[in-house]
Design a protein around this ligand. Sequence first.
Ligand code: EPZ
Length: 432
Amino acid sequence: MDKLEIIGKPPGMPGTGLVGTLPIRGAKNAALPIQCAALLASDLTRLRHVPKLTDVSTMNRLLREVGCAVEVIADTDGRTVEIDPRGVAQGSLEAPYEMVKTMRASVTVMGPLLARYGRARVSLPGGCAIGARPIDQHLKGLQALGAKVTLEHGYVDLEAKRLTGGRFLFDKVTVGGTQNVMMAATLAKGHTTLENVAREPEVEELALFLNKMGAQISGAGTPTIEIDGVDELRGIDHAILPDRIEAGTFAVAAAISRGDVLLEHAPVDHMHAIIDTLVAAGAECRVEAGGLRVIGPERLRPFDVVTRPHPGFPTDMQAQIMVLAAMADGASVIRETIFENRFMHVPELNRLGANIVVNGNTAVVRGPTKFSGTTVMATDLRASASLVLAGLVAEGTTEVRRVYHIDRGYEAIEARLCPLGAQMSRYHGGGA
Ligand code: EPZ
């Protein structure tokens, strides 16, 4: 298993701040559901600005598994993917356990397969490091459109000759549930109203993509989405929007290192809660023509954060913002309201010298911290990003193990940060 070695530069040492321009890549959480949406089309879809991440490759493998022809176009630096679903009708229409256990987002093929081919069989996702993460809302939503749902032997079987439009109120705001049911409703007979939906930019981006294919969706980005079903959707060419979470992660890197970084193409309109928190901590955030410029201050101020569905503060930035809090002069309070077990990074950050106390879903972070490098273990994608951030400003060397977690959501992180002044190297087969 790979490991990352980071030679830290505590802020204040001469020439330590990260400086330069960093282009932000396409968003993982926009690319994955859009790859699934290509199943709805009657012909080929071309996706550009696709991030080179292991999760994207896993989704390509799953699409091939259900019968798609998927080609990653080499001469575009591997950032263009062509998906042709014309072979699916003869395929298994099944997302097997081996795939779903590797990547939960595999369940997002459920809605498109059911709507387009009348059947889908998907392994039930087991638990996950950050929480139980059931899919009950996905299934209830599809049942509201007339799907017959059977759970057996760890799999869910869904059937419907043709789905019928209806009204569904989500009991809980869910990104994946909204995306699955919205996609299914595009080919249902009649009108569908979805209430208490997720308003994440990735939901809006998916609706934009579906409408370009010929769907009739309105209200994405608001609590209620309206869909008029159509008979057919066609393949299109689409560029994936930049990743707000990747941009937020690197913004924290600039702020804690007293750096000055231009995050090229950063989707500022999707980052208000993140930017507000950085500014509250004392960082300077300037919207410039090319993107978002983040300048780290001499001293950071403490702040409070509560994670919430969009437009609230994103849970996918919680671990990273905890490192910012650890560098601040005073106590910050961070409350996690989306996932019940998303503080796995805390013991590892405390091993690096932080002073974080967790009580239920609330963490009290006392700073300023003088991080000191040691060996730490990544437990999930965003937790691993927080360990890399702490390692950047730690005294001495930090070894982050199990970096396969970070490769799921950050493309070649060391190759992106080293040109800005970071000292990071990757070692293959670096032990468990
Ligand atoms: C998406 O996951 C993202 N993943 C997650 O990002 C992100 O943390 C999450 O949304 C919240 O913003 C992708 O887009 C691929 P949810 P998703 O359904 O769709 C509960 C990352 O780091 N729930 O909005 O799985 C659930 O348990 C990843 O990039 C139900 O109870 O999240 C959770 O507590 C991690 N029943 C809450 O809702 C359901 O049927 C929100 O989950 C569905 C969800």
